[in-house]
Design a binder for this molecule. Structure first.
Ligand code: AMP
Length: 209
C-alpha cells in the first residue's frame, strides 16, 4: 500500500502514521523528520532547510522532491509506505505521481483554533523525534522521552506564530491536493481529527484494504 496522510498540523498525522506503519509493516516517511534528522546530523541539506523550517515556511520544492525520491527508492519501500508531510502542494503531488501510484489517502480534519491549542502542548524528543503531549500523550516522566531517554522540547515551529503561518499554507497550498487525488479516484479515508488517537486509528484501519 502506498498511503498519503494529510491534515492540518495538530490533527495527529504523525501519531497515526507511526501506528499504521507498525501495523502494516511499511516505513513511515515524514519529510519533516527527514529534515530534522539532516539538521541534527549537521548536513548541508539540514542547513539549507533550517531557516524555512524555523519560520514555519515550506522548504523549496527543488530540495524536498529530490530528498523524497531518494528515500522512496530505498529497499524498505518495496512493499509500500505511508507518507506524512508530503506532498504539500500541487507540484510535489505531480512529481510523486510521475514515479509511482498512490493507493490510499487519509485525511484528518481539524479547525485552526483547535489545531493551535493542540500543537501548543506538543513536545518532541530532541534525540529520536518521538512525539508526546502535555495533556493528551504524557511521557512517563515529565520532559523525558519514553523511547530513548532524550530531552523533550517544544519545536520552534510549534510556537503560535509559526503554527498560524503553517496553517495558512496548509489551507492555501496543501488542501487543494485532496481534490487532485479525489479526481484520480484514489481511495479516500476521511476522519475527524478531534477524535482520540485510538478512535481515529480504529476508524482508519478497517478501511486500509
Ligand atoms: P512537519 O513536521 O511535517 O510539520 O514539517 C516541518 C517543516 O519541515 C515544515 O514546516 C517545512 O518547513 C518542512 N517540510 C516538511 N515537509 C515538507 C514538504 N513536503 N515541502 C516543503 N517543506 C516541508
Amino acid at each position: 500500500m502506498k498511503i498519503l496522510i494529510m491534515g492540518p498540523q495538530g490533527a495527529g498525522k504523525g501519531t497515526q502514521a507511526s501506528r499504521i506503519s507498525k501495523k502494516l509493516e511499511v516505513p513511515h516517511i515524514s519529510t519533516g523528520d527527514l529534515f530534522r534528522e539532516a539538521l541534527s546530523n549537521g548536513t548541508d541539506l539540514g542547513a539549507k532547510a533550517k531557516e524555512y523550517m524555523n519560520r514555519g515556511e515550506l522548504v523549496p520544492d527543488s530540495i524536498v522532491v529530490g530528498m523524497l525520491k531518494e528515500r522512496i527508492e530505498k529497499e524498505d519501500c518495496k512493499k509500500g509506505w505511508i507518507l506524512d508531510g508530503y506532498p504539500r502542494n500541487k507540484l510535489q503531488a505531480e512529481e510523486l505521481d510521475k514515479i509511482t501510484k498512490v493507493s490510499h489517502m487519509i485525511v484528518l480534519t481539524l479547525d485552526d483554533d483547535f489545531a493551535v491549542q493542540r500543537i501548543g502542548g506538543r513536545r518532541t524528543c530532541s534525540k529520536c523525534g518521538a512525539i508526546f503531549h502535555t495533556t493528551n500523550l504524557k511521557p512517563k516522566k515529565e520532559g523525558i522521552c519514553d523511547r530513548c531517554g532524550g530531552n523533550l522540547i517544544q519545536r520552534e515551529d510549534d510556537k503560535e506564530k509559526a503554527i498560524r503561518e503553517r496553517l495558512k499554507i496548509y489551507r492555501n497550498d496543501t488542501e487543494p491536493i485532496i481534490l487532485h487525488y479525489k479526481n484520480k479516484g484514489i481511495k479516500m479515508i476521511e476522519v475527524d481529527g478531534k477524535k482520540s488517537i485510538q478512535e481515529a486509528f480504529d476508524e482508519i484501519m478497517p478501511q486500509l484494504r
